[in-house]
Write a protein that binds this ligand. Structure first.
Ligand SMILES: *Cc1c(COP(=O)(O)O)cnc(C)c1O
Length: 396
């Protein structure tokens, strides 16, 4: 089955629910059994069987099954948020005295988790450059248990050579984990490339409508028992209502992402022609230093990217530009149908590609001519033409 067909069928069990296309939201704490021995049977595999609400009702298990298949994994776990998924995965893999290598372009709250909570638990984290696999290989210690990747990285969209990371880790018996929120398994399936556990925030594209918080971790066979056990021990549980929304979002993931990709490429290409902007950070652009890597690994690109203004443009001017946009909302959690703009704040240990102020954009499902018109109007209002003299500048 091709992915668009899979997305229609995954996780569904029409027979179980008298032919309903969408299974009802199954809410439960307690399941009743006809006999004690039937309860004991269910108890043997609490994850697989319907046993107790904490381990998931039918709705939760449908989402787990769909996510497992979509990523081509051995098992999937659903968490109350993307960050909760990452925290639990790392907690499951690391013990006091261990070391983790985390990509320097990582999502800020994951950096905070590593620097605070992992540290408190006796785990040391060091941050590695996304574009230097030799340095990554050299940074592995005897105590290194996990390499954490995010590709492209938050805010600056640098890609990592995942094949090389996997090769480096495999030689040293280190587990690999990736935050695949940006691409989703629709554009990139990390487990196919040898990654051990892939995580995504389902609050973004999987939900797709800015109305649900959830996270997903999909594991290969090797790490599934560890992940499953740790998740159960911590009492993780998610709402079937939220899982219903995620399943509903999943049905249109492909058509939405195809449209996000097409529209974002159009808007990004237009932004590249603007003299007010120095760099458009989007690996799907031919001008990106990561373009060859992107073509090799990804089957598309999502709607999140960043524009960089020249050095000298102030944060206040960048903010005024964002405030001046009418069709772009100002808000953090992208992946919905709506366009967004937010100034990029990021911390890095190593040097960054980015020199000037950055604005992160999410291109939603609106008509691109309206979005480009909005961007053009705000650029002209906040970057008057006589303030620069780059060739090709035109009022469109
Ligand atoms: C939003 C996000 C997360 C966290 O997901 P939540 O569902 O908000 O907890 C993790 N990684 C990336 C790259 C994100 O953008």
């Amino acid at each position: 089955m091709k992915t668009h067909t899979e997305l229609v069928h995954l996780g569904r069990d029409d027979e179980q629910f008298s032919g309903l296309v969408n299974a009802p939201v199954c809410r439960a704490s307690t399941y009743l059994f006809p006999t004690v021995s039937a309860l004991k049977d269910a108890q043997r595999d609490k994850q697989e069987n319907l046993y107790y609400g904490r381990f998931g009702t039918q709705t939760v298990k449908q989402l787990q099954s769909a996510c497992r298949a979509l990523d081509g994994g051995h098992g999937a776990m659903i968490y109350p948020s993307g960050l909760a998924a990452i925290a639990r995965v790392l907690g499951a893999l690391l013990s006091p005295g261990d070391h983790i290598l985390v990509v320097d372009t990582v999502y800020g709250p994951v950096r905070d988790f590593c620097e605070n909570e992992l540290k408190r638990l006796g785990v040391t984290a060091t941050f590695y450059a996304p574009d230097d696999p030799d340095a990554l290989a050299a940074a592995i210690r005897d105590e290194t248990k996990v390499i954490f990747c995010e590709s492209p990285g938050t805010m600056t969209f640098e890609l990592q050579d995942i094949r090389r990371v996997v090769a480096i880790a495999a030689g040293r018996g280190v587990a690999t984990v990736i935050d695949n929120t940006w691409a989703t398994p629709y554009f990139f399936r990390p487990l196919d490339h040898g990654i051990d556990i892939t995580v995504q925030s389902a609050s973004k594209y999987l939900g797709g409508h800015s109305d649900v918080m959830l996270g997903v971790a999909v594991s290969n066979e090797r790490f599934w028992p560890v992940l499953q056990k740790s998740t159960a021990l911590y009492g993780n549980s998610v709402s079937p209502d939220d899982c219903y929304l995620a399943l509903r979002g999943l049905r249109t993931l492909g058509v939405r992402l195809d449209r996000h990709f097409e529209s974002t490429l159009k808007v990004a290409r237009w932004l590249e022609t603007r003299p007010e902007i120095s760099v458009v950070h989007y690996p799907a652009l031919e001008s990106s230093p990561d373009h060859a890597l992107w073509r090799c690994d990804f089957s598309g690109a999502s709607g999140l990217f960043a524009i960089e203004f020249p050095v000298g443009v102030s944060d206040a001017q960048t903010e005024a530009f964002a405030d001046g946009l009418e069709l772009f909302g100002i808000g953090v959690s992208w992946g919905g149908f709506e366009s967004l703009a937010i100034p990029g704040h990021f911390r890095r240990n190593g040097p960054s590609r980015v020199k000037g102020p950055v604005l992160r954009l999410h291109i939603g499902l609106e008509d691109t001519s309206d979005l480009i018109g909005d961007l053009a109007r705000a650029l002209e209002a906040h970057f008057p033409a006589d303030s620069h003299s780059a060739p090709g500048y035109e009022l469109s």
